[in-house]
Ligand binder design. Structure first.
Ligand code: CP
Ligand code: NVA
Length: 308
């Protein structure tokens, strides 16, 4: 049985809670687990899932990853727990961490997951907040590693909203020294604090470009990535955002300007003919379902490092 190295930080709330070396280690471990070259036993450990927002991939990939490690999960949401009745985070976190060995939380405000981590005596994993989606970025860079072998000279262009997914790509990209371009409409740029933190790690001038010109952003890109224009919790902005994002649909025209062997990524769920055309979603360059599968392998690696 393989015994993975433990992470230095208790929690994984942000892509920057791990070091570059730990990130590379997790991605390598994920590849080995995927190929069944190694197996890790987490000795009947229990993962507590708390989802304040909907989820298909994150919920199921965590459940299957944990079961492959010999552990189990419990799945809570506001309706099936006292969270919906307003039980404070500091009480929920202290109780759940007496039962579980690790918690994965999906919620709205990033400060709420920081609160969970503060009060939980066990590690807390970010399963998506409004600010970051670090588990998604692990799977994304695993998919890129599988395709291109390394991150050297890789240009990843994210087209769309400067949201949680783009923020985590920026931070993870900074650690791995990939080149990241974000193409978004005016006013939808990524969070300033994320850009500052990324630049503090990778202050190479070329590392990060934020632009409103989608055509220049896709030129020569190796990876084209998009996500929904309106994230969970922004349902009331949908009509306005659909108008503002006109011209930001990932279509054949944009793909033609990227590298010939460009791969297409989308974290899912997708709205066809909004952020991506059906043609590109289903094209031979699409690695969207490998990327979805990789959520499970990346999280299995992450959990095995956290629980070892
Ligand atoms: N990509 C992702 O996090 O999907 P779910 O919302 O289905 O978990
Ligand atoms: N940005 C999206 C990602 C969904 C996985 C959202 O937060 O809804």
């Amino acid at each position: 049985m393989f015994k993975p190295k433990k992470l230095a930080s208790k929690d994984f709330l942000s892509s920057l809670d791990i070091t570059k070396l730990e990130l590379i280690y997790i991605l390598e471990l994920a590849q080995q687990l995927k190929k069944k070259e190694i197996s890790v036993d987490c000795e009947k450990k229990v993962l507590g899932l708390v989802f304040d927002k909907s989820s298909t991939r994150t919920r199921v990939s965590f459940q299957v990853a944990m079961s492959r490690l010999g552990g189990t999960t419990i799945d809570l949401n506001p309706n099936t727990s006292q969270i919906g009745r307003g039980e404070p985070i500091k009480d929920t976190a202290r109780v759940l961490s007496r039962y579980c060995d690790v918690l994965a939380i999906r919620t709205f405000k990033h400060s709420d997951i920081e609160d969970y981590a503060k009060w939980s005596t066990k590690p807390v994993i970010n399963a998506l907040t409004d600010l970051e989606h670090p588990c998604q970025a692990l799977a994304d860079f695993l998919t890129i590693k599988e395709e291109f072998g390394s991150f050297e000279d890789i240009v990843l262009t994210f087209i769309g909203d400067g949201n949680n997914v783009s923020n985590s790509l920026i931070l993870c990209g900074a650690l791995l020294e990939a080149k990241i371009r974000i193409a978004c409409p005016v006013g939808y740029e990524p969070d300033k604090s994320i850009i500052q933190r990324a630049k503090a790690i990778n202050n190479n001038e070329d590392f990060l470009q934020i632009t409103n010109d989608v055509n220049s952003a896709v030129l020569g890109a190796n990876v084209l990535y998009t996500d929904v224009w309106s994230s969970m919790g922004e349902e009331d902005q949908k009509e306005e955002k659909d108008k503002d994002f006109n011209g930001f649909t990932l279509d054949q025209d944009l793909v033609n300007q990227a590298k010939e062997n460009v791969i297409i990524l989308h974290c899912l769920p997708a709205y066809r003919e909004k952020e991506i055309t059906e043609e590109i979603f289903e094209s031979k360059n699409s690695r969207i379902f490998d990327q979805a599968e990789n959520r499970m392998h990346a999280q299995q690696a992450l959990l095995s490092c956290i629980l070892s």
